[in-house]
Design a protein around this ligand. Structure first.
Ligand code: IMP
Length: 424
């Protein structure tokens, strides 16, 4: 029997690679689009038929009629935020209830998880992670400590289970002397969200996906966050709380490793990071401000300034290794159009020690750069690879050689048409 494959589309540095646009180009090739990790900490901006949407928990295949979208078991979901996100799409005319299935095994983010997120951050003092405040860490912690509530719980005796867990949280908050909050309104919306979620197929999505694969259907696993925010392989403890790498596709959807096909790794032609944590390539000067300004580098979920810097090959190579990336996609190349020189971080250095492999602790390392000539050309009007200026071709070749991975798509602007496929 012909069998389908699961391809993964992953942000492979610190997230925010502008994946939304690529997903939009990719989704027509797939029958199923599935999210496997994370939750409303993500913010995927998608422009569809001239309208802008920010998807947080809902997969990007939602705009295509006839495509099945799945929120997998590896995800965490906040019913109130899900309701707001889904209703906006419904109001825009998309019939979600036919296209979106939610795993009964995905974990629920309670309003008190969000308060706990704030309380734990406050308790960390100077070592704050700079979370999105969406309750991600407390929810995944509770999943691991086997005290969480899952989507399937809303189908049976839910009020009692909810009260029990909420009271446990309130006790923890009281023990932490974190009592200055009022969740009354938020809780009301959250409970409405729970009711709203009942209208969706809450299913055993791992069985659905495996049946689809057995029928020869193809699945796109849509990543969230990035490899350097992975709970195991990121810059711990300044990370998110799920496995954002390709390994997370298997656990977060319930599919076997031999079902994985291509792994597309998305990165920007430069680097950004939101939140706290080591970032050796960070630029604190005008160049960093210029990249932020031209690249509109402000967080989609929190609106925070993103920290900006040059491309980090140490991080990129590490990400390619742990994900098994088979093809690279370079986004936002046009942001570098006006720079005379383009720098690339090729190593980290600390106390006279130079490393080219990602160190265990990325704190305190300085970036070592190589300089390449800028292309000083407006890329935004280009439509084909043969029009690329030579310095851009050289930049691409340099990255491909260093990473031993082909760059098969280069993005030169926000529009779908500004996505240029290269010959492999
Ligand atoms: P949390 O996922 O809200 O717990 O946040 C943990 C860290 O991951 C913080 O530094 C966040 O800024 C970062 N983070 C979480 N989600 C995203 C994302 O979608 N893009 C970029 N950074 C993110």
């Amino acid at each position: 029997m012909t069998k389908g494959k699961v391809d993964a589309l992953l942000g492979i540095v610190f997230g925010d690679e502008g994946k939304g646009k690529v997903v939009d180009v990719f989704t027509p090739r797939y029958d199923v689009v599935a999210r496997f990790a994370g939750g409303p900490n993500a913010g995927h901006t998608i422009i569809f038929e001239g309208k802008k949407f920010v998807l947080r928990s809902i997969p990007s295949g939602i705009f295509d009629e006839g495509k099945l979208n799945i929120i997998g078991n590896g995800c965490v979901i906040a019913p109130d935020l899900f309701m707001a996100e889904a209703m906006e799409l419904e109001q825009a005319g998309y019939n979600l209830k036919e296209r979106l299935h939610i795993s009964k095994r995905a974990h629920l983010i309670l309003p008190t998880h969000r308060v706990l997120d704030r309380a734990y951050e406050a308790a960390k003092g100077k070592n704050k992670v700079g979370t999105t405040g969406k309750g991600i860490g407390p929810t995944y912690s509770e999943k691991a400590s086997r005290t969480g509530l899952r989507v399937g719980d809303i189908l049976d005796n839910f009020p009692q289970k909810y009260e029990q867990l909420k009271n446990r949280h309130l006790q923890i908050l009281s023990d932490l002397h974190f009592t200055d909050f009022d969740i009354t309104e938020e809780e009301q919306r959250w409970l409405q969200g729970v009711e709203y979620m009942r209208q969706y197929p809450l299913t055993d999505t791992e069985i659905e996906i495996n049946k689809a694969l057995a029928e020869g259907k193809n699945v796109l696993a849509e990543g969230a966050q990035g490899t350097m925010l992975d709970i195991d392989h990121g810059t711990y403890p300044f990370v998110s709380s799920s496995n954002t790498i390709s390994g997370g596709v298997c656990t977060g959807l319930g599919i076997a490793p031999n079902r994985i096909g291509e792994i597309f790794g998305i990165f920007k032609a430069y680097s950004t990071r939101v939140g706290a944590g080591p970032f050796p390539v960070e630029l604190f000067d005008e160049t960093g401000d210029k990249i932020r300004e031209i690249g509109h580098e402000y967080g989609a979920v929190t609106g925070r300034n993103r920290r900006c810097g040059w491309l980090d090959l140490v991080a990129l190579k590490y990400a390619i290794m742990v994900n098994g990336v088979t093809q690279l996609i370079m986004m936002k190349s046009d942001v570098l159009d006006s720079f005379d020189t383009i720098r690339v971080c090729v190593a980290y250095e600390k106390d006279g020690v130079r490393v080219t492999d990602m160190p265990y602790d990325t704190e305190g390392w300085n970036a070592v750069y190589e300089d390449l000539p800028g292309w000083k050309t407006d890329l935004t009007g280009l439509t084909e690879e043969c029009q690329f200026p030579q310095p851009l071709k050289d930049y691409i070749t340099y990255i491909e050689k260093e990473t031993e991975t082909p760059i098969t798509i280069v993005s030169v602007g926000p529009d779908r048409a500004q996505t240029i496929a290269r010959s492999k």
